[in-house]
Design a protein around this ligand. Structure first.
Ligand code: GDP
Length: 478
């Protein structure tokens, strides 16, 4: 109503006439919002949530819009240790990639694709080879957004475990849709329904229970139901409307890189927009190069690589880092200028990080709140025991949240880990510890990433600070 400059009651009446009983604080979905706005001749543009869904297409610019084609989804497998992530990755690869392909050599380049028959067409799904939310969030903390869909593996004989919850938080913080694979259903003692029940506590409700999360019972070891899982991934991909422009020069993200004694720097590049060709001049991180040769995930030499596919590339001058962006340039001079500038940038940001001007802190957030620029205050919360965690969460909910809303991305008992810091870095969040300590390496990680980690041992002090930040009252100098 504010944006449309009409009284809220008008909107409520309009909605009521359409059979929607909305309250004044209710959030409307984009379809309804568009419909209402149209009546006032106002066009609605997709906002934050839609942006989240499109995060991977950030690589796609306005100039590409006319040329977009659908691209395969890029998938990461997450879940608790021993629930079968690695087995699932291997099993899908084994059953879907015909033996004998490329001489039977399986090439591990950090990602692989499989072909799936879907809607009468052969379509592809691309899997990132490094399972786990740690890898996923470490990439995000570096600014890389490569995953379109997360598969959450939960063992049917073990149920929801701490890392399951972490994985859910990490995927949600990134706005990545989750497909659940309930694994090990072949085992005696498997209780898939119990898993579903437990997941409802984390707002993942199966479709058959009226929710919107797809859950597929599978056995990674026997290969049971993997086809269904793959189909469901393609179904979700359809809804996400993943696209890219194959007719432009390529850009994307470095998935893996190493120095090979014989070949020199070798990097696996995930193409996120455009098409990569042998002979292309590119900058990856600050490293300049010309694509000398490309090998795909099946060990085959290729001349071109299309959107969503990963290829191992030879010809870079240095070894870039995983998570670095790469981009192709038409002109070598331009490429050189960009790589020089990036090298300078990297030196500078290392310098800055050393001097440490924090990227996001409770105080900078407070300053933003004072300017009226803060909508959400993101927190990662760790406490000594479940009891104090619940007390804190309960009190946080009581804080007035009109202008600024508190969003707890992840809350768990235990010490503050590097992964917590990565999550905060990737989501512009502050880490709040209550009666807990930092795991080894977490402090350095926080300093490196410019993440504000705060320890408290008095709840009201913690709440005071959070509320102060929301109201823009914290001293910005602190
Ligand atoms: P990760 O830690 O999540 O990568 O788990 P792994 O893939 O290493 O699997 C852990 C253990 O569970 C291994 O011993 C696997 O053989 C076993 N496992 C994985 N999937 C299944 C399954 O579908 N059924 C059974 N019975 N065992 C499985």
């Amino acid at each position: 109503a504010q944006r449309l400059a009409v009284p809220a009651t008008d909107l409520i009446t309009k909605l009521f006439m359409k059979g929607i009983a909305a309250t004044i604080t209710q959030t409307l979905d984009i379809g309804t919002a568009t419909m209402v706005a149209e009546e006032y001749n106002v066009e609605v543009e997709a906002g934050e949530k839609q942006e989240a869904a499109r995060k991977v297409t950030e690589m796609v610019g306005a100039e590409d819009l006319e040329y977009l084609i659908r691209r395969p989804p890029v998938v990461t497998i997450m879940g608790h240790v021993d629930h079968g992530k690695t087995t699932l990755l291997d099993s899908i690869r084994k059953t879907k990639v015909a033996q004998g392909e490329a001489g039977g050599i399986t090439q591990h380049i950090g990602a692989y694709h499989v072909d799936v028959e879907h809607n009468g067409q052969e379509q592809q799904v691309v899997f990132l080879d490094t399972p786990g939310h740690e890898a996923f969030t470490a990439m995000r903390a570096r600014g890389a957004r490569v995953t379109d869909i997360a598969i959450l593996v939960v063992a049917a004989d073990d149920g929801v475990q701490p890392q399951t919850i972490e994985a859910i938080s990490h995927a949600k913080a990134a706005g990545v849709p989750i497909v659940v694979a309930i694994n090990k259903v072949d085992k005696e003692g498997a209780q898939p329904d119990r898993v579903k029940q437990e997941l409802t506590e984390y707002a993942l409700v199966p479709e058959e229970w009226g929710g919107d999360t797809i859950m597929v019972p599978v056995s990674a070891i026997n290969g049971d139901n993997l086809d269904t899982l793959l189909e469901m991934i393609l179904l979700v991909a359809e809804v996400e409307d993943l696209s890219a422009n194959p007719d432009r020069s390529a850009r994307g993200t470095v998935i893996e890189a190493h120095l090979d004694k014989a070949k020199g720097p070798v990097a696996t590049l995930l193409i996120q927009n455009g098409t990569l060709h042998v002979g292309d001049i590119l900058v990856a991180g600050s490293s300049l190069g010309k694509v000398r040769a490309m090998v795909d995930d099946r060990g085959k030499r290729v001349q071109v690589a299309s959107p969503s596919f990963a290829v191992e590339v030879l010809g870079l001058s240095d070894v870039p880092s995983a998570g670095d962006e790469f981009e192709v340039f038409q002109d070598e001079r331009e490429a050189r200028a960009v790589s020089d500038a990036r090298a300078d940038d990297q030196r500078q940001s290392r310098l800055l990080a050393a001097v440490s001007s924090r990227r996001v802190s409770l105080n900078t957030l407070s300053a933003k709140a004072q300017e009226g620029d803060l909508k959400e205050l993101n927190l990662v919360l760790k406490a000594d025991v479940q009891g104090s965690l619940e007390a804190i969460l309960g009190s946080l909910r009581q804080l007035p949240q009109k202008e600024v809303q508190v969003r707890v991305l992840f809350a768990a008992p235990g010490e503050i880990s590097e992964t917590d810091v990565d999550l905060a870095a990737a989501s512009d969040a502050v880490v709040i510890g209550f009666n807990t300590t930092l795991a080894p390496g977490a402090r350095q990680a926080a300093d490196r990433a410019g993440v504000d980690v705060r320890d408290y041992n008095i709840i009201y002090k913690l709440l005071d600070d959070v509320q102060g930040a929301m109201e823009g009252l914290l001293d910005p100098e602190m």
